[in-house]
Design a protein around this ligand. Structure first.
Ligand code: PD2
Ligand code: ZN
Length: 289
């Protein structure tokens, strides 16, 4: 007979994750799914009164996707109306549509974080933006998109990592399913005409979907709001949003079956006065990179 080192049973881990109530249970699942560091999570749990063993068992349990009854969605979960503490930020959801899922969240980034990210993007240099050619999938400049921008690499700086983690946590979606942050700047007269962020079906989209699958969710954070014009519009919904600095608009690009949703046609209105700077964060259906 062979002997094995047995870890805690699934039943013990299950008991551990429920031992501090449903809010903690949700917290552990949400952070595991967002790709947070397990040691860091355990440290926070112990600081809040967990034993080290119970914290380790709860994290282990949440990391086994097939051994707990949590439904995994094909899309990130957009937060509901209300205020929650996300990594020190008091984030308030002030607008929420159910179908298509769209949320506006205030105070996702602090004013200081917005300014620091703008300064970093300027250091990296902003170039004329491109669009995905619908016939061959290549990136080409186009009059429909007159902004300048820069695409950052995932985890390019500590600040970028912190922002990616916050956006992943806010939507309960793994951080490794996110593309790098893109920073876009619009001067007066510049715009982004209505388009879909989800890749087109067929060959033109194949090359993009080969790494990470479809873009299932878009998050736009306003780093600097224009003085006039420059809102984000959803023409098929008759909806125009004009968030303040630090606020985010997030929306599913695909329906529950993973198909590009017509209601998610959206664009950036012409900026009439002032300057608009946003970050775009696209979340993929699978790990990207
Ligand atoms: O800057 C915008 O408002 C905007 C609107 C629509 C940005 C994007 N799409 C995008 O980056 O995809
Ligand atoms: Zn877009």
């Amino acid at each position: 007979m062979t002997s094995q080192m047995a870890g805690p049973s699934v039943a013990t881990q299950n008991a551990a994750i429920d031992s501090h109530g449903s809010e903690w249970r949700d917290w552990v699942f949400t952070n595991v799914r967002a790709g947070c560091d397990h040691a860091d999570m355990a440290q926070r749990m112990v600081a809040a009164g967990w034993t080290a063993n119970a914290a380790a068992e709860a994290i282990a349990f949440a990391s086994k996707p097939h051994e707990h009854p949590v439904a995994l969605s094909v899309r990130p979960e957009l937060p509901l109306i209300g205020v929650s503490q996300i990594e020190g930020q008091s984030v308030a959801v002030t607008m929420r549509l159910a179908a298509p899922a769209i949320a506006v969240c205030e105070n996702v980034l602090s004013a200081e974080e917005c300014e620091q990210l703008i300064a970093y993007a300027e250091l990296r240099g902003l170039l004329p933006s491109t669009v995905v050619d619908e016939t061959d999938g290549s990136a080409v400049p186009h009059p429909e998109r007159s902004s300048t921008g820069v695409m950052l690499v995932r985890a390019e700086t500590d600040l970028v990592t912190k922002i990616e983690r916050r956006l992943a946590t806010l939507t309960s979606w793994p951080i490794d399913h996110g593309e790098g942050l893109q920073i876009l700047r619009y001067a007066p007269g510049q715009e982004y005409r209505p388009h879909f962020d989800a890749f087109p079906e067929g060959r033109a989209g194949d090359v993009h979907r080969a790494n990470g699958g479809q873009r299932v969710n878009t998050i736009l954070v306003y780093l600097r709001s224009p003085e006039c014009g420059g809102g984000t519009v959803f023409p098929n919904l008759g909806l125009t949003l004009r968030p303040q600095r630090g606020a985010a608009i997030m929306f599913h690009n695909v329906d529950a079956s993973g198909n590009r949703a017509n209601e998610t046609l959206h664009g950036g209105e012409i900026v009439q006065a002032g300057e608009k700077i946003v970050l775009t964060y696209w979340q993929r259906e699978e790990a990207y990179g």
